[in-house]
Design a protein around this ligand. Structure first.
Ligand SMILES: C[S@@+](CC[C@H](N)C(=O)[O-])C[C@H]1O[C@@H](n2cnc3c(N)ncnc32)[C@H](O)[C@@H]1O
Length: 233
């Protein structure tokens, strides 16, 4: 791993550690409550699965909980930030027996090969500095035919909507995030990381070149979020 990659992970972890208490609130307000709908779409795409499922970059279990509300299965929830895992535990309540929290790096999974039926990652893939290596790692851990579902921000194709969205990212997100969490820089990073993230065509190329087979690529809410549903061959 390069020094840059280590520094990046340290920076990301520090930011998420700091904003943990207001993380869900900022997401809901900033997205005008669309974020719950985006996660529900991912859960719907999962279809009938028995598990185990691995939810990467799980944060305070926001997607993990959405999955468990509709499916009772063994769910491993992994995140780099201990603060996120620890704070989020308060929300697990009756789902505690199904969830196995793990502090770790999504690029180096503490699992043996072909051990999980599905991998989900909501708004975390963008934060990984070595995406090709991460996908190879996901592929190693997935059973044959297993599902990979990535929910991630993207930029709208429509020129006018894109212009408005870029203004929203530049001004509204840091202002709102800064006011609610006290860490404006974390939300400036969010805005920049969304703009720097590859297009859905590039992500599709990356996924297919790692051996994943496309099932569906779905644009949500004017294309500000994309749901990638792929399978391991
Ligand atoms: C935007 S949050 C997403 C949380 C949750 N999945 C959701 O739906 O809201 C991104 C999470 O990724 C975690 N993260 C960042 N880099 C990571 C890495 N290399 N390995 C594991 N988790 C990581 C952060 O600590 C943070 O909790």
């Amino acid at each position: 791993m390069s020094v840059t990659s280590t520094d990046h992970k340290g920076f990301v972890k520090e930011k998420f550690d700091f904003i943990v208490k207001r993380y869900d609130l900022v997401n809901s307000v900033a997205s005008f409550f669309q974020d719950a709908y985006w996660r529900k779409r991912l859960v719907k795409s999962l279809g009938e699965i028995k598990g185990p499922l691995l939810d990467l970059c799980c944060g305070p279990y926001t997607l993990s909980l959405e999955i468990l509300r509709s499916k009772k299965l063994t769910l491993y929830a992994l995140d780099l930030s201990f603060e996120m895992l620890s704070f989020g535990r308060l929300k697990l309540k009756e789902y505690t027996p199904y969830v196995f929290p793990l502090k770790g790096d999504a690029e180096k999974l503490p699992f043996k090969g072909e051990s999980v039926e599905a991998i989900t990652i909501a708004f975390g893939f963008r934060n990984l500095p070595n995406r090709k290596e991460a996908l190879e790692e996901f592929s190693r851990v997935l059973k044959k035919g297993g599902s990979l579902l990535i929910l991630e921000f993207s930029l709208p194709k429509n020129v006018l909507i894109k212009k408005l969205y870029l203004l929203y990212l530049k001004y509204y997100i840091p202002l709102l995030g800064g006011l609610l969490t006290g860490d404006k820089e974390a939300y400036q990073y969010l805005a920049k990381s969304i703009q720097d993230f590859p297009s859905s065509e590039e992500i599709d190329y990356l996924l297919q070149s790692t051996g994943f087979i496309p099932i569906k690529v779905e644009k949500l809410t004017f294309g500000i979020v994309t749901l990638y549903h792929y399978k391991k061959a």
